[in-house]
Design a protein around this ligand. Structure first.
Ligand SMILES: *Cc1c(COP(=O)(O)O)cnc(C)c1O
Length: 338
């Protein structure tokens, strides 16, 4: 099967596995795993931050970040399709007991003006606006992204209004691949950022949360409470280190392949709508006058191609480390025959 459902489906390469087997490990709850410590140090440096924390998932990183940034009764501002709101099992509400102000962004990208207008006035009736969460790249926005200038502009609104700023950067390196921004600048503009090692970077497990020493100290307690304190997880961190060293530059290949698929879909008479292809994600809707999304999924499945369904009409395809040019040609051949 050619699996375009998500960039989470990648399997570790043999070199990555070799790095994992060679890892030096220790008990990370005691802070004694040298490989995890090296990964955390590297991640913090990359983003111009003081410290970092290795977590089992991106969801845990986001949940920890939201909890350390808020008190119960506070309000979080984010786009209506944000992963932190839609895809984390209601965790924001259950773990942090906060309310959410949902904004209608441009393919999920919210503007400084929208953020400013969503901040509650000082009045005991309202929850206290405390935290803004941005997603970069935006999953449900079809892989759209923020540039550093856009992040900076939102950070200024946050600073002026005493709000904290968290970036859900599950696919941050896909954004950086396109913008060419220096990741260290995040350290100047935001409080916390999470990113996944287990998506486009190709590691089997793990995500990082980066922030200040104080925030990561709080994060450590919250991660423990959530059950995310792991022991000899350096074997997993070794895969993450390997990914950061070897799998960032190749993301351009994924973006080029997504572009090619986008061109084919653009030409296809049976596609009703295609979101602009900006990174490694394609979101499109087939024209029900030609074929329903159910039929399309079924036909692709029969041809050995797996895709995911987004809402009720949209299909998502994601390019990644385990999709090569032969796979791409095969997919294009099938799409052209529909
Ligand atoms: C995948 C993803 C996450 C984290 O997901 P996990 O599966 O928990 O690692 C967070 N935000 C976005 C936008 C994602 O796509």
């Amino acid at each position: 099967m050619i699996d375009l459902r998500s960039d989470t489906v990648t399997r570790p390469t043999s070199d990555m596995k070799e790095a994992m087997f060679q890892a030096m490990v220790g008990d990370d709850v005691y802070g004694e795993d040298p490989t995890i410590n090296a990964l955390q140090e590297k991640a913090a440096k990359m983003f111009g931050m003081e410290a970092a924390l290795f977590c089992p998932s991106g969801t845990m990183c986001n949940q920890v970040a939201i909890k350390l940034s808020t008190q119960p009764q506070d309000e979080v501002i984010c786009d209506k399709w944000a992963h932190v709101y839609l895809y984390e099992g209601g965790g924001m509400m259950a773990n942090s007991m906060v309310s959410v102000r949902l904004l209608d962004g441009d393919r999920m990208r919210i503007s400084p003006q929208q953020v400013e207008a969503a901040i509650n006035p000082e009045n005991l009736h309202f929850p206290i606006s405390r935290l803004v969460c941005l997603e970069n790249t935006c999953n449900k926005g079809g892989g759209s992204y923020y540039t550093m200038d856009e992040i900076k502009a939102i950070s200024e609104v946050c600073r002026d209004n005493h709000l904290r700023l968290h970036v859900d950067g599950a696919r941050i390196f896909n954004a950086l691949t396109e913008t060419g921004d220096d990741p260290r600048d995040y350290g100047k503009y935001i409080n916390t950022l999470s990113f996944c090692l287990s998506k486009g970077l190709g590691a089997p497990v793990g995500s990082m949360l980066v922030g200040s020493h104080d925030d990561i100290k709080k994060a450590l307690r919250i991660r423990k409470m959530l059950g995310g304190g792991m022991r000899q997880a350096g074997y997993l961190a070794a895969a993450g280190l390997y990914a950061l060293e070897h799998h960032i530059e190749r993301l351009t290949e994924d973006h080029q392949r997504a572009q090619k698929l986008g061109e084919v879909l653009q030409q296809a008479g049976w596609v009703k709508e295609l979101m602009p292809v900006e990174t490694n994600i394609l979101v499109f809707a087939p024209d029900p006058a030609y074929l329903s999304w159910q039929k399309l999924v079924e036909r692709l499945d029969k041809a050995g191609i797996l895709v995911s369904v987004f809402g009720n009409a949209y299909i998502r395809m994601v390019t990644h480390l385990d999709i090569n040019d032969d796979d791409l040609d095969q997919v294009i051949g099938v799409l052209e025959k529909i």
